[in-house]
Design a protein around this ligand. Sequence first.
Ligand SMILES: [Zn+2]
Length: 472
Amino acid sequence: MRFSLFVLLSLFLVGPIPTSAGEEASLIIKNANIVTMDQQHRIVRKGVLVVKDTEIAAIGEAALADQYSAPKVIDAGGNILMPGMISLHNHTPMVAFRGMGEYAVANILFDVMFPLEKELLNRELIYVAARHAAMELALGGVTLVTDMYYHEDEVARGTKEVGIRGVLGESVIGFPVVDAPDPYGGLAYAEDFIKAYKDDPLIIPAVAPHAPYTVSPEKLREARALSEKHGVPLLMHMAEFPNEKELIQERFQSMEDGETIIQYLDRVGVLAPNLVAAHVIYADEGDIQILKERGVGVGHNPKSNTKYNMGLAPAWKMYRQGLGIGLGTDGPMSSNQLDIFNVIPFTARIARLRYQDPTAFTPLELVDLATMGGARALDMEDKIGSLEVGKLADMIILDLSAPHMQPNYDVYATIAHSAYPSDVVTTIVNGALVVEDRRLVNVDMEKHQEEWGRVTQRVAEFRKTLAVEPQH
Ligand SMILES: [Zn+2]
């Protein structure tokens, strides 16, 4: 009786046990050199990272893999597993115009950019070009891009098709543009866009007043109010030009004597914790203090700023004073490469040159800027920016096998000063593979090539009519 009960019980127990033992997960990455970027800057050698749906469920030594089973297991082959790069400033659809205006940089805005945008922008170009840019970003290890442009619903569509995260700001500007025939029509467009994408798993809709010299103080306040009403980020160009004060005064007569741009914007009431300001080149010690007190995030774009000789933001000072500051590229006409790997070493070199101090930005600080720095600027440090249990699974695998990646004595030095975007082999966003073995997982390449060909053909035809574009 006792024996037969035991047999019966055994059969019952054996039956439902799954063949692969362990807790169920959706993705396991093993044999990885895990650079967590957590507060202790832990590195786990030959480590295992477990993803459940959209989140990181566990990180540990090799034995951890035995405790889980998943439909997808990636052997990282001893390569670097690290948080994805966060880009804080871009205008992704302008990738359709990349390489133009290179012979007319002094007057690029009026001789090239504005004519191009006036003549060529439409929904199709914005959608297809945004997808093209997102492809480049994903392949280069950017898992979140912050964007400011028009028809941001089309940017969202293109970005989502590739599968990366987007903080996408609908532009608000004081003159008619492609998606708003009336000045400041972007405010209404932004509200519709926010409502449509509020609960999207990848897209965070945002309001993007273009700049203090193109948006009146009243409309800046309206933009802030709209962002707060919906609990979304506010994105804006800030203190980018040496003559920005004069531009504001000319258009709005709203500046007071001796006021800096930052003091002006503080008085207007637009500096808020949900604001991510791009550039912030012209900021003195007092301005940095104001930005810190107001909790404003800063997107540093040194490649764009130096390309046009605009100056250099005091990024090193901002970082050392604890501001939420990260890296961006700016649009594809201003910083032709969209990846962040190329921005990282440049950030250090240009700061060292400016401050005459070769110790500015250690390798660890540079990797922090590109990952957690971006997360802090966006107030998303509890969700992204590092590999920690409970955070969203946004990460990349970096190939260490190329000659330029060896030797690898200090992993932060390797990432900050040696790596190229083409070293990215795998990109994972929200727990899903976006790039695997250097190939885009979600993009229908044939469809994209056809649509991209159509869009760029139109641009090429119009380009022939621009006097400043050489026809060699
Ligand atoms: Zn910009």
